[in-house]
Design a protein around this ligand. Structure first.
Ligand code: CA
Length: 223
């Protein structure tokens, strides 16, 4: 499999890379977190091993961005920190497992196999998107332009209906049901300025309903 190894300790990186290559894996090694984040947006990998303490961008943030983009890539975080809090935090941000340093290479591969056996997240997560807006339906996580977007439950329901319609008009009655009691207009007017900053617009279709539009070219798939 094609494995991305992000580790700034050259000795450790070399040891891991040599061991995995010996097992027939293809290893891409980077020592800088920012470069890793960029590569993960353009290249497909089967597995990622990511150090927590990295120059450029830390391991937790790399994993958070992977999950915000809806990428199902299996990830093990590697770190010198072995406090329980860090471990929980690492799993919270979306890592599949956590390996404290120092570790035996045999333990690393055993954990990798375990993650893959569990199915890891090899199936892409259930994500709805419209341009720069992504809704992770399993995790109920919204992101806009790769930044987490906090939504109330009603805002989420409305947005989910609009994104699922993929640019088609959603009847106002359907949205009104999602808004449960309150006026749809209230939620729409709250969401509008937030979406407009990212080039998305909730257009009113008079007498019928609302639809999501991109104010930039295409559907906002600038990337
Ligand atoms: Ca490090």
């Amino acid at each position: 499999m094609k494995v991305l190894l992000v580790e700034d300790d050259p000795e450790l990186a070399q040891g891991v890379a040599r061991f995995l290559r010996g097992q027939g894996d293809e290893i891409v090694h980077l020592a800088d977190g920012m470069q890793a984040d960029q590569l993960l947006q353009t290249d497909a990998f089967d597995f990622a091993l990511i150090d927590v303490g990295l120059p450029g961008l830390g391991g937790y943030e790399i994993v958070r961005r992977i999950r915000n983009r809806g990428q199902g890539l299996p990830v093990i975080l590697i770190t010198a920190r072995d406090a329980l809090d860090d471990r929980i935090y690492g799993l919270d941000v979306g890592a599949d497992d956590y390996l404290p340093k120092p570790f035996q290479l045999a333990e690393l591969t055993a954990r990798m196999r375990a993650v893959l056996r569990r199915g890891g997240r090899s199936e892409p997560r259930n994500v709805l998107s419209f341009g720069p807006l992504n809704l992770d339906l399993e995790g109920r996580l919204a992101s806009l332009d790769r930044q987490p977007m906090a939504l109330t439950a009603r805002e989420w329901d409305l947005l989910e209906a609009l994104v699922a319609a993929d640019g088609r008009t959603v009847p106002k009655e359907k949205l009104q049901a999602e808004a449960s009691g309150n006026a749809v207009e209230v939620y729409v007017s709250r969401l509008r300025p937030r979406l407009e900053a990212a080039g998305l617009k909730i257009r009113t279709v008079r007498g019928f309903g609302y639809r999501l539009e991109s104010t930039v070219c295409g559907k906002g798939d600038a990337d």
